[in-house]
Design a protein around this ligand. Structure first.
Ligand code: DGL
Length: 266
């Protein structure tokens, strides 16, 4: 199976894109809804939670896992790839959403001025800036942490008029200063149209879902030994660490349809 992990619902928008381009595989989605948000937590905690999730998904039979969460990709992925996998699962793989998004942004910017909106944790990690500059040292990067957006989305208030005011404030530093804006949190694609209405058509918006799906197609083509280990039964299972009354409403918002989900303990 291919495992897809997020701290909550945001990774469902990434899974949705995987299902469009790679529908033949079996997928297991895990949302750590009991412990969201990750974006305000320390490195130590994000690493511990993400390792627990990855371990759980491998024990369920996943061979390849995508961290469909920018916070986990920015703060835990490197350690998982360099320490956790070699020690525990040397022949299995974990990928993230950050590098595919960075590669796409560098390929698309014409002015070499890239904006990033993300959780506090992702911005503080400096991962976007480091990776963008690694690919092109000439790019100028402006980052803005948006701590109110995940709670707004998770409480189903994305259409509230206050959301527009908050977005205007978060997006002000980018106006006229960047040509490419990375939505560096998987939750934010829910707000893409509102963001587009504020920044206008002069800003190229990059969401990680489509971009990561295209990179996954490419990864599997380049790694036939991994591809051969993935089962192709077209099943989709959804796991969550907490099932709240709002679950179906939010699952439908992110996935496009209600989900039947099993509650698990990590
Ligand atoms: N989905 C997470 C991300 O992409 C944000 C939610 C959280 O703070 O856990 O960063």
């Amino acid at each position: 199976m291919i495992g897809v992990f997020d701290s909550g619902f945001g990774g469902l928008v990434v899974l949705r894109e995987f299902l469009k381009v790679l529908p033949e595989y079996d997928y297991l989605y895990l949302g750590d809804n009991a412990r969201i948000p990750y974006g305000t937590r320390s490195d130590r905690v994000v690493i511990r939670f993400t390792e627990q999730a990855v371990d759980y998904l491998f024990r369920q039979g996943c061979r390849l896992i995508v961290l469909a969460c920018h916070t986990a990709s920015a703060r835990a992925l490197r350690r998982i790839q360099q320490v956790f996998l070699p020690a525990r699962y040397p022949d299995l793989r974990v990928l993230g959403v950050l590098i595919p998004t960075v590669e796409e942004a560098v390929a698309r910017t014409r002015l070499k001025r890239i904006g990033v909106i993300a959780t506090e944790g992702t911005v503080t990690s400096q991962s976007f800036e480091l990776e963008l500059k690694k690919l092109d040292p000439e790019v100028e990067v402006i980052q803005q942490a948006c701590p109110l957006l995940v709670p707004i989305i998770e409480s189903g208030e994305q259409d509230w008029e206050g959301t527009t005011l908050i977005l205007r404030r978060y997006l002000a530093p980018f106006m006229g200063r960047v040509d490419t804006l990375i939505l560096g949190c998987t939750h934010y694609s829910i707000l893409k149209e509102q963001i587009r209405a504020i920044v206008g058509t002069g800003h190229d918006l990059i969401c990680s879902g489509q971009v990561t799906a295209a990179k996954l197609v490419d990864y599997l083509a380049r790694h036939p030994e991994m591809e051969a280990r993935l089962s192709r039964g077209r099943t989709r299972r959804y796991l969550t660490t907490d099932l709240t009354p709002r679950f179906q409403q939010l699952a439908s918002l992110f996935m496009g349809h209600p989900l039947s989900s099993e509650v698990v303990e990590l």
